[in-house]
Ligand binder design. Structure first.
Ligand code: NAP
Length: 237
């Protein structure tokens, strides 16, 4: 039987690449975005694959519960939808703090909680975190790094609670990846990022999608509670 996967924030960047990669691998994919308009590009690129839109805002537990109640079964979940508000912590107010933590932490928690109501033994969850959780972040904000640290802890806590039920939970921790989220400026060009990454190039969304696909698969059947860095060697060890 076809496996089903929910991917949040699938309208662009890493989430779109993951949704398309899983669909190409034969999954039925529920591709989340905040509106039909936003997910249209992903559906167009995935034409011919089994991709269905799933519209909710990850900050809204009521919407999440309603929409995740629709599929009969959820085998895999990828928590990916995230925001980054760049800047110095001195410029951060309650608005920036709440937006970041509500999307990146509360969102991951409630999407996981309601997906689990449809997940059985053999299910697998991957959370997209960030190397900023370990480094404190280059070019991103303190609330963002804090939120990613929380995702790492949440990944391990869920992994521990769910291991007896045969459900695995891991995280993929990207370094610099070429998406809209990457902070760009006159100095922070793609070439600059390539020059500071040991493997000599900026990450692509497909670099992350490939590792997510592996972690969701039965080939990673003995892996849980792991934070996997995918960053061209930017953080080693
Ligand atoms: N790019 C990097 O260098 C990098 C590095 C480390 C980690 N990451 C992580 O990778 C993940 C994907 O980021 P990306 O680089 O692909 O960024 P992106 O291109 O900005 O994509 C983020 C996606 O999340 C969606 N999203 C944001 N808030 C949402 C909400 N409340 N409900 C539903 N969807 C929402 C966005 O949709 P809207 O159009 O509706 O905003 C967008 O589709 C994030 O968790 C990010 O922290 C990225």
């Amino acid at each position: 039987m076809k496996k089903t996967a929910v991917v949040t924030g699938a309208a662009a960047g890493i989430g779109q690449a993951i949704a398309l990669e899983l669909a190409a691998a034969g999954y039925k994919v529920y591709a989340n975005a905040r509106s039909m308009e936003k997910i249209a590009g992903t559906l167009e690129k995935g034409r011919g694959y089994d991709i269905e839109p799933m519209i909710f805002d990850v900050r809204n537990p009521r919407e999440i519960k309603e929409k995740l109640g629709i599929p009969d079964r959820i085998d895999c979940l990828v928590n990916n939808a995230g925001v980054s508000v760049p800047g110095n912590f001195r410029d951060m107010g309650e608005k920036e703090w709440n937006l970041t933590l509500e999307t990146n932490v509360k969102g991951y928690f409630f999407v996981t909680k309601y997906s689990l109501e449809k997940m059985q033994r053999g299910g697998s969850i991957v959370n997209i975190t960030s190397g900023a959780a370990k480094t404190g972040g280059d070019f991103v904000s303190l609330p963002y790094s804090t939120s990613k640290g929380a995702i790492n802890s949440m990944t391990i806590a869920f992994a521990r609670e769910l291991a007896p039920e045969g459900i695995r939970v891991n995280a993929v921790s990207p370094g610099f990846v070429d998406t809209d989220m990457l902070v760009k400026s006159e100095k922070l060009t793609k070439e600059y990022y390539g020059s500071i990454i040991p493997l000599g190039r900026l990450g692509q969304p497909s670099d992350i999608a490939n590792v997510v696909k592996f972690l969701l698969s039965d080939e990673a059947d003995f892996m849980t509670g792991q934070i996997i860095e995918v960053n061209g060697g930017d953080i080693m060890g």
